[in-house]
Design a protein around this ligand. Structure first.
Ligand code: 0A1
Ligand code: ZN
Length: 895
């Protein structure tokens, strides 16, 4: 095994550290090929733990010297650990000095200290600090850091680390230094340094409490004109956390630095967040509305970690969702609060749920399924998942539903009163929310509620209703179940908050009155399901109701209810819960798609969509009361991945063909309405990335695509011509890219000249070139053309496998986001996948392991895909020197 023993680590084996590290003084002599790191620590034994040797983690380090209290000492190596047995006895503190060197220029894993575009960056979460120096690399060891950086002044004029700059100056030989002191204790995964030629946008702010702070966004020279939105997002984040949760910025200086080589989105290092450029850089010429909105979320997310993650951190990595689920919940709430109107809030909620259902539900049903708080892992990097993040956020959201918004804020307050400065567990968090709300359902049901942390899998909520006209009563039966997941055959019932409303046949809200509720109420009520089955009887119901169940998606479950078309059309037209309005439209489309996929009808002769559906969509498009953003969501068909999840046996080609047929039919049948939508929304005036104008651009973009798709079917050339013109004239990237996509998606011949023009225009903008690659690798497949195109793209001079963004833009866009092109009956897609996983693994195991997950759901595939996929996975698994990251993924896939 390349990385030592690939043994599983178990949550139940947690023990407190045998030593504490109180202070760390680090001195770096930065040099790309050989950086020297002097690490002076002050340690003491943990009196609660039996006396034992000190075992420090280290990886790919050259050890030069170890001193204890200034004296040489004996030590030994045990795998990657440096073991010190002859330490001073008793409980007095002692000094430990370790001198090592490392090679940042050769660090292609982008963990630890690495070089990107001639600058130095670090990434320490989860276990990267051990690639910088020997340390107790675990989050429950929290120390005070003093960091001195020394480097050539001309090459590395900016030297940054966590906390406050206390000293800087010149050294001999054109070198200089900077000394930083972090006033807050922190776990080593929050350590960071940056050195290079960078420039900053700066902003001074005064908090509500009257404190002054300096905010800085560092980028490469030339990118300053793309930092305004990130800075605005940061200011909004600071204000929001104070206003909503009373959490102030606890630093004089808060820095964000962008790098183009980064494995993930961004990292919340204390006071020195390091970001993938994708989540910092934006101006209207280079970034789309989606980029602007992602930047707002990610800037918020990292900033909110300052309290949920940094001030209170995780005891161990099994508790990862303690900080991630909570912080995703906070960033989602932040974006909703900024969006403002109820409709814009709902749009954000729908987008979040769409991510959960297309990415997390499949994870929960596949070989990598794990609880929000896992019980074991081999490689922690594999557990930065949609389950830990997005499902974790849903668990926090359900707590808020159960205790109310104010109750939740009280719970957060208690959480910080109890645990500020500590490394704690998911139990501690849930306990604080419950204890602050002793009368709540959460407090009453806490042990059962916490099954959301311990049981993997997506529960199914089965609902059925019966109306008794004579008794004027309506009975709703709710039954929950959850399929087995790896290692968990049987599940106990969950606590499921079910937001409910009832509509009459005309769409009017009916009063909700349960037999034991005395107050009739219309609108939404939350019923908390705790048993495997429960029945609700509503009284005084004048006519047969249409139930609106799970409003606002009140729990991360699959809802089974045998809705009739009539009921769904009523909900789509009238429900006062916008989420369920959208959901009704999706269910109508889904039912038609599944019927066509599972029949063997000839799609050319038997249309998938009927007049009832098309007419409902026409009405949505024409409804002046609905926002453009909402219309765009309703008019977007369920994705191929989502469709596949609804089936036991998946034929990706059939799914693709059916969805394309639906798209084509919707394009042709609604041409008049698409034209109107285009005309009404094509001009959004001066660019602003706000929800209303971005929603209008989104709808105009969908309309243009649909008009080009219809044109392809009819042979008309007017709309492709208009799209090309729009592509050339557009005043912002959203409109330009939407026009380009319309040509690529409709497969029009103007796509080729547009693509080359686009490349020429933006050849110096890496993030735009990523879009250019991604659009081509993710294009609808016409006769198998995408895979050869992808191979060609990999030979393009701009392609670079070592840059994660670029690798993702081509390889992931094809393997993970383009099922119709990837799943080929000749298995060539899988062969390509296996080759790339192996190739990437030698460079960057984290990125390789993510790619390896593209075939997670292979067992559901129909033949010949299934056998071919298994063979490809087995070929990867047979490789002798795989990383632990990839090995864990492929081993679980084959199990
Ligand atoms: N904590 C970060 C995510 C993150 C995790 C691991 C990384 O290593 C490459 C980088 C970032 C967040 O939630 O934003
Ligand atoms: Zn996070």
């Amino acid at each position: 095994m390349r990385e030592g023993q690939a043994t599983a680590i178990h949550r139940a084996d947690y023990t407190a550290p045998a030593y504490w590290i109180d202070t760390v003084e680090l001195v770096f002599d930065l040099d790309p090929a050989k950086t020297r790191v002097l690490n002076k620590m002050r340690l003491r034994r943990n009196g609660d733990v039996a006396p034992q040797a000190l075992r420090l983690d280290g990886e790919e380090l050259n050890l030069a010297r170890v001193l204890v209290n200034g004296q040489g000492t004996s030590f030994k190596m045990d795998g990657n650990q440096l073991v010190l047995e002859n330490l001073p006895e008793g409980h007095d503190a002692f000094d430990l000095e370790i001198f090592t060197t490392c090679n940042p220029a050769k660090n292609t894993k982008l963990m630890g200290l690495y070089v990107s575009n001639d600058s130095f960056f670090t990434q320490c979460e989860a276990e990267g600090f051990r690639r910088i120096t020997y340390f107790l690399d675990r989050p429950d060891v929290m120390a005070s850091y003093t960091v001195t950086l020394r480097a050539d002044k001309a090459k590395y004029p900016v030297l940054l680390s966590n906390g406050n700059l206390v000293e800087e100056g010149a050294l001999d030989d054109g070198r200089h230094f900077a000394k930083w002191v972090d006033p807050h204790k922190k776990p080593c995964y929050l350590f960071a340094l940056v050195a290079g030629q960078l420039v900053a946008r700066e902003q001074r702010i005064r908090s509500r409490a009257g404190k002054d702070h300096l905010l800085q966004v560092f980028v490469r020279p030339g990118d300053l004109d793309k930092t305004e939105h990130a800075m605005n997002s940061l200011m909004a984040s600071v204000a929001w956390d104070e206003a909503r949760f009373g959490l102030p910025l606890d630093l004089e200086r808060f820095m964000i630095v962008a790098t183009s080589d980064f494995n993930m989105g961004a990292m919340e290092n204390k006071g020195l967040n390091i970001f993938n450029t994708k989540y910092v850089l934006a101006n209207q010429a280079t970034a789309t509305d989606a980029d602007f909105s992602n930047i707002e979320s990610v800037v918020g997310h990292e900033y909110f970690h300052n309290w949920t993650g940094n001030r209170v951190t995780c005891q161990d990595w099994f508790q990862l969702s303690l900080k991630e689920g909570l912080t995703v919940f906070r960033d989602q709430e932040f974006s909703q609060d900024l969006a403002g109107s109820p409709s814009a809030r709902a749009v954000k909620r729908i987008e979040d749920v769409r991510v959960l259902r297309t990415a997390q539900f499949p994870e929960d049903a596949g070989p990598m399924a794990h609880p929000v708080r896992p019980d074991s892992y081999i490689e922690i990097n594999n557990f930065y998942t949609v389950t830990i993040y997005e499902k974790g956020a849903e668990v926090v959201r359900m707590m808020q539903t159960l205790v109310g918004r104010d109750g939740f804020a009280q719970g957060m307050k208690l959480y910080f009163e109890r645990h500020d400065g500590q490394a704690v567990t998911c139990d501690d968090f849930a306990q604080a929310i419950a204890d602050a709300n002793p009368q709540s359902d959460l407090a009453r049901l806490l042990p059962q509620f916490k099954r959301w942390y311990s049981q993997a899998g997506t529960p199914r909520l089965h609902a059925s209703g019966q109306y008794d006209a004579a008794a004027r009563s309506y009975t709703l039966s709710l039954t929950q179940s959850c399929a087995p997941t790896p290692g968990q055959a049987i599940k106990d019932p969950f606590v499921i908050p079910v937001n409910l409303g009832l509509l009459d046949a005309q769409g009017q809200a009916l009063p909700l009155q349960l037999a034991h509720w005395n107050q009739a109420e219309s609108g939404t009520r939350t019923f908390v399901l705790t048993e495997a089955s429960e029945t609700l009887t509503f009284v005084n119901v004048d006519s047969a109701p249409v139930p609106s169940i799970l409003r606002d998606f009140s729990a991360p479950v699959v809802l089974d209810y045998a809705y009739t078309d009539t009921e769904l059309l009523t909900l789509l037209a009238h429900d006062n819960d916008p989420f369920n309005r959208w959901e009704a439209g999706q269910r109508l489309a889904l039912a038609r798609a599944l019927k066509a996929i599972t029949s063997d009808s000839d799609l050319a002769n038997s249309p998938v969509l009927d007049e009832a559906y098309l007419d409902a969509m026409r009405q949505v498009l024409a409804d002046p009361a609905l926002d453009a953003a909402f219309k765009e969501l309703v008019l977007t068909l369920p994705s191929e991945t989502y469709l596949a999840e609804q089936l036991d046996v998946v034929d990706p080609q059939r799914i693709h063909a059916v969805r394309e047929a639906m798209r084509g039919q919707l394009a042709t049948a609604l041409q008049t309405q698409w034209q109107q939508a285009w005309e009404d929304n094509r001009d959004t005036g001066g660019y602003q990335p706000d929800p209303v104008s971005s929603g209008r651009r989104a709808l105009a973009g969908l309309a243009l695509t649909q008009l080009c798709v219809a044109a392809r079917r009819s042979g008309d050339t007017v709309w492709p011509g208009k799209a090309f013109q729009r592509f050339k004239d557009a005043a912002n990237m959203t409109d330009r890219f939407n026009a380009l996509s319309a040509l690529v998606i409709s497969g029009h011949e103007l796509a080729a000249p547009a693509l080359s023009r686009f490349h020429a225009l933006f050849k110096n903008e890496a993030l735009v070139i990523d879009k250019w690659f991604s659009l081509q690798a993710g294009a609808p497949d016409h006769g198998g053309h995408v895979l050869p195109a992808v191979r060609q793209l990999m030979n393009h001079p701009d392609f670079n496998l070592r840059n994660p963004n670029r690798a993702r833009s081509v390889i992931f866009s094809f393997c993970s986001a383009n099922p119709g092109a990837f799943h080929r009956s000749d298995a060539a897609g899988y062969v390509f996948w296996a080759d790339r996983v192996i190739e990437l693994d030698a460079i960057n195991p984290q990125v390789a392991a993510r790619l390896a997950r593209a075939l997670d759901r292979w067992k559901k595939l129909a033949e010949p895909y299934r056998s071919a996929a298994r063979e490809a996975i087995a070929r990867v698994a047979a490789k002798a020197d795989l990383s632990n990251d990839v090995r864990e993924v492929v081993t679980r896939a084959l199990a």
